[in-house]
Write a protein that binds this ligand. Structure first.
Ligand code: KG4
Ligand code: ZN
Length: 340
C-alpha cells in the first residue's frame, strides 16, 4: 500500500510517499520539502497569508517531484493523507484542499492526520525505530508535552506546558538577543561560544514533582538581562546569555523526561518536534538516559522540523491498525486548534 502525505500546517510545504506491506514498519520511498523561512525572515515571524499563498505555489510541483523520485504515477498511490490540524487555518486549507481534490479526481480515499501525531511517529522513519510502549517528549514551536504512548492512537498526556512551548521559549529569547527567525537554531549556534553557567536563569516548576512545564518566566528573565547589557552588548555577553538560556530550557526538559520515565517504569524515550534537533538537548538526554539504562530515539535531524514524511508515516501506521480512510468526493474541514 502506498500513501502520499501532504504537510502544510505552517511554514513548510512537505510531500512524501511511504509504502508498507502488512504490519512491517512503513518505508519512505521519496520526499520533497520547501521551507518558507527565508520568505518570513524579513517579518521576524510567520505571516499567515504569505504562508498560504506559498503553499499553493509549491504543493503540486513538490508532489510531481516526489512521484518522479519514486518512479511512480499518481494513479499508483492508494491513499492521500494530509495534515488536518493544528496549524494556521489558511495554510492547512491548501494542503487539505489539494489532497481532497486530487483524491476525488483519482477516485482514491483520503486520510486526515494530526500534525503532532506525525511528529510523534517520525522516529519510526529512522534506521533504528522505537518499540511501543514508550515515553514521548514532544517539543515543537507550539507544543511541549510528555506522553505515555502505548500504541498508535493510544496517547496519555502526562504533562504539558502551562504557558509557552519550548520552541517558543527558544524563539522569543532569540528575538530578544537580536537573532533572526526562527530563533531556536540560531540561539543554539550562538550558545556554542558561550558559558551556560554565566547567568542563573529560572527553571520554573523544576521541583513541582509533576511532568508539567512553564517557560514564560524565562523570556522575562532574558529581557531583564538584555536591558542590563545596555545599548551594545559584547559578543561574549550575547553568547553567554544564549548558552544560559539554552541550558535552562534543556535542564527542565531533561529532568521532566526523567521524571516521566521513572514514574512509568518504562525504559524507552522518544523525542520529537523541532526542538528535538537541538544538540545540547540530545547530548544531555543521551548521557542521563545512558546512566539509567534508557534508550532514546530521535527522528533523523532533517525530519525533526515539519515535513511530509511524518504525515505519510502517521497515516500509514494508522491504516495498518485498521483506521478507515475516507471515501473520495466528500467535503473536508481543517482543525487549526486540535488537542492530540
Ligand atoms: O516542529 P516544528 O518544526 O514546528 C511546529 O510544529 O511548531 O518546530 C519548530 C520549532 C521552532 O521553535 C524552532 O526554533 C525550533 O523548533 N528548533 C530548534 C532547533 N531547530 C528547530 N530549537 C532549538 N534548537 C534547534 N537546533
Ligand atoms: Zn510541527
Amino acid at each position: 500500500m502506498k500513501v502520499l502525505g501532504i504537510e502544510s500546517s505552517c511554514d513548510e510545504t512537505g510531500v512524501a510517499l511511504v509504502e508498507f506491506a502488512g504490519m512491517s514498519v512503513p518505508r519512505l520511498l521519496a520526499q520533497a520539502l520547501h521551507s518558507q523561512i527565508s520568505m518570513h525572515q524579513a517579518y521576524g515571524g510567520v505571516v499567515p497569508e504569505l504562508a498560504s499563498r506559498d503553499h499553493i505555489r509549491r504543493v503540486l510541483p513538490l508532489t510531481r517531484e516526489v512521484l518522479g523520485r519514486a518512479g511512480l504515477a499518481i494513479s499508483e498511490v492508494d491513499v492521500i493523507a494530509y495534515t488536518q490540524g493544528p496549524g494556521l487555518a489558511g495554510a492547512l486549507l491548501v494542503g487539505a484542499g489539494v489532497a481532497v481534490a486530487m483524491a476525488a479526481a483519482l477516485n482514491k480515499p483520503t486520510l486526515p492526520v494530526h500534525h503532532l501525531e506525525g511528529h510523534l511517529l517520525s522516529p519510526f522513519l529512522s534506521d533504528d525505530p522505537p518499540e511501543f510502549p514508550f515515553i514521548a517528549l514532544l517539543v515543537s514551536g507550539g507544543h511541549t508535552q510528555l506522553m505515555l504512548v502505548r500504541d498508535v492512537g493510544q496517547y496519555e498526556i502526562l504533562g504539558e506546558t502551562i504557558d509557552d512551548a519550548a520552541g517558543e521559549a527558544f524563539d522569543k529569547s532569540a528575538k530578544l538577543l537580536g537573532l533572526p527567525y526562527p530563533g531556536g537554531p540560531h540561539l543554539a549556534e550562538l550558545a556554542q561560544s558561550g558559558d551556560p553557567t554565566a547567568f542563573d536563569l529560572p527553571r520554573p516548576m523544576l521541583h513541582s514533582g509533576k511532568p508539567d512545564f512553564s517557560f514564560s518566566g524565562l523570556k522575562t528573565a532574558v529581557l531583564t538581562q538584555v536591558r542590563r547589557f545596555g545599548e551594545v552588548p559584547t559578543a561574549q555577553q550575547r553568547a553567554d546569555l544564549a548558552a544560559s538560556t539554552q541550558a535552562a530550557i534543556v535542564d527542565v526538559l531533561v529532568r521532566k523526561s526523567l521524571l516521566a520515565l521513572k514514574n512509568s517504569g518504562l525504559k524507552c524515550l522518544v523525542v520529537a518536534g523541532g526542538v528535538g534537533a537541538n544538540r545540547c538537548l540530545r547530548e544531555q538526554l543521551n548521557s542521563a538516559c545512558a546512566k539509567r539504562n534508557v534508550r532514546v530515539h530521535y527522528p533523523e535531524l532533517s525530519l525533526c522540523t515539519d515535513n511530509g514524511a511524518m504525515i505519510a508515516m502517521a497515516a500509514a501506521m494508522r491504516l495498518q491498525r485498521g483506521a478507515p480512510a475516507l471515501p473520495p468526493g466528500g467535503g473536508f474541514q481543517v482543525k487549526p486548534r486540535w488537542p492530540l
